[in-house]
Design a protein around this ligand. Structure first.
Ligand code: AMP
Length: 513
């Protein structure tokens, strides 16, 4: 099934329902959303010669045209290649060439210099729509038929550890992913609104489908990005807002809400995920926004769908095991199975730590034109996530770390996440990130990069005292590095590789924090 059928159906069923909003201003109902998509689809086919299977890239900030273009691409059976708008044009150009995209839509149509080698890919302004007369093509009245395993979205990974790879997501993957949302994350009704505060090229954009299916509202902030005060004003004005937010965004929302005395009015649900959420930050978010939080754990290779931690559980701070459960990433979502594997890929019993593997209809078809990486990642029907964790007897999955981030010090495994959890609770700590450093005596030693709430107010001895009261001393950082901020990629994920490089180079004095 072509995922664009959901839009076609919503247009027929609920033509008058409000669909697209720029800020608080409605720009299309479902009938006009479909008409715009059909028109753009005709333009792609008649004026740009796009045929089913062609790749069409989108490299632009969030906007309503983003949704129109995505659906136009699927309507004609082509493949969307959404590129994070925060990437440098050189990085975006690499993706375009890797995907062999025929077209790339950008803000203004002049992002790439005319002599940029895009391998024949044409750059177009997102507003280019051709002539209205060309919509008459009858074959475009409904979406082009697609099979479940036909490619729909080439999802380029954030590449925190190297060159980004094109995750092949099919129409079937996107359908399965979307059906999990109302079952495992949050029920959706036609009265709801999804707000795109994070880049639509990734998690936030993936939540469009289920809201299209329900003929709910889609809201793009006027800033076309993330500004907490704007988001609160939109929520108060439009009501029933749901959004996906990375933990760093949630932290900024909490700070802003406290500054302006806002308590979450108009927000229905904040889905957080994509990076670890420390308990201290979760408690702050609960104090500020109340029971509006749901957690998901996923990765591009099984988008938004590995596990989910429910709103009820997150909010139930009286539960005797709350701290343990809230530090978990919840239970397997409805259409996937989770297994914890040992290094030989054999399943481990509950409670044992190993690599998290997933299988089910959300798992990607493979990496685009990268057989070697596909073979390493899809093994005997399982997706090897590269994340380490364990499942408890009740089925809750706890993520300890990415397998490559585990620190082996004196033969003992130290999971950076648990050290970070303890330090993050220190009242003087704003942010923390823990990595391993090569150590002649121990193999590796634990190093904590710390951002203080107030510069100059934290010292090593206070952190050490805090730590040894709470955790085994072999896990205690051997070194603290105080910084004013942590390096992050454009998705808000901390770049541990950069911190490790800094440690390496710092030893001979070539870099300073
Ligand atoms: P990406 O494919 O760029 O979305 O990155 C996916 C990775 O982010 C996962 O493999 C995890 O390492 C991490 N991640 C995703 N969700 C969570 C979560 N809820 N808690 C901790 N880490 C997460």
């Amino acid at each position: 099934m072509n995922i664009a059928n959901w839009l076609n159906d919503a247009g027929l069923r609920c033509p008058e329902r409000p669909a697209l909003f720029e800020g608080q201003r409605q720009v299309a109902n479902y009938a006009s959303f479909v008409a715009l998509v059909r028109h753009r689809a005709a333009y792609l086919v008649n004026e740009q010669g796009i045929v089913p299977g062609d790749r069409v890239a989108l490299f632009m900030k969030n906007c309503c045209e983003y949704l129109e273009l995505l659906y136009a691409v699927w309507w004609v059976g082509a493949v969307a290649v959404p590129i994070n708008c925060k990437l440098h044009p050189v990085e975006a150009g690499w993706i375009v060439e890797n995907a062999e995209a025929r077209l790339i839509f950008t803000d203004g149509g002049q992002v790439f210099a005319p002599d940029t080698p895009l391998s024949g890919c044409r750059e177009l302004d997102r507003e280019d729509m051709g002539e209205f007369a060309s919509t008459a093509s009858t074959q475009l009245l409904t979406p082009w038929p697609r099979q479940a395993d036909d490619l729909a979205w080439l999802f380029y990974t954030s590449g925190t550890t190297g060159r980004s790879k094109g995750v092949m997501l099919s129409h079937g993957n996107l359908t399965a992913m979307s059906l999990c949302y109302p079952l495992d994350v949050d029920p959706v009704s036609a009265e709801d609104a999804v707000l795109y505060a994070a880049p639509m090229s990734h998690g936030a954009g993936l939540y469009n489908f289920i809201h299209v299916r329900r003929a709910a509202r889609h809201v793009v902030p006027e800033s076309r990005g993330f500004r907490a005060d704007e988001l609160f004003a939109l929520a108060s004005g439009l009501g029933n807002i749901s959004l996906f937010a990375a933990p760093t965004m949630l932290k900024r929302m909490v700070e802003q809400a406290r500054r302006q005395g806002y308590g979450g009015e108009g927000i229905k649900t904040i889905v957080y995920g994509g990076a670890p959420m420390y308990l201290a930050d979760l408690e702050d978010a609960l104090d500020t926004f109340g029971p509006r939080l749901v957690q998901i754990y996923g990765q591009g290779e099984s988008p938004m769908t590995i596990s989910a931690l429910s709103r009820e559980l997150i909010a139930d701070r009286q539960h005797p095991d709350w701290a343990l459960l809230a530090a978990s990433v919840g239970r397997a979502q409805s259409c996937v199975e989770i297994s914890i594997l040992d290094p030989g890929h054999l399943p481990l019993p509950s409670g044992r730590m190993g690599e998290i593997a997933v299988r089910g209809p959300t798992v990607m078809q493979g990496y685009w034109r990268n057989e070697a990486a596909t073979r390493q990642t899809l093994v005997e029907g399982w997706l090897l996530t590269g994340d380490v964790g364990f499942v408890d007897d009740a089925g809750y999955l706890t993520l300890t770390d990415r397998s490559k981030d585990v620190i082996i010090s004196g033969g003992c495994n130290v999971y950076p996440r648990e050290v970070e959890e303890v330090l993050a609770q220190h009242p003087g700590v704003f942010e923390v990130c823990v990595v391993g450093e090569p150590d002649a005596q121990w193999g590796e030693s634990v190093v904590a990069f710390v951002v203080a709430r107030m510069a100059g107010t934290l010292d090593e001895s206070s952190l050490n005292t805090w730590f040894i009261e709470r955790m085994a001393s072999f896990k205690k950082p051997k070194k603290y590095v105080f910084r004013s901020a942590l390096p992050r990629n454009s998705y808000g994920k901390v770049l541990k590789t950069e911190l490790r490089l800094w440690l390496k180079a710092g030893a001979d004095g070539t870099l300073v924090p």
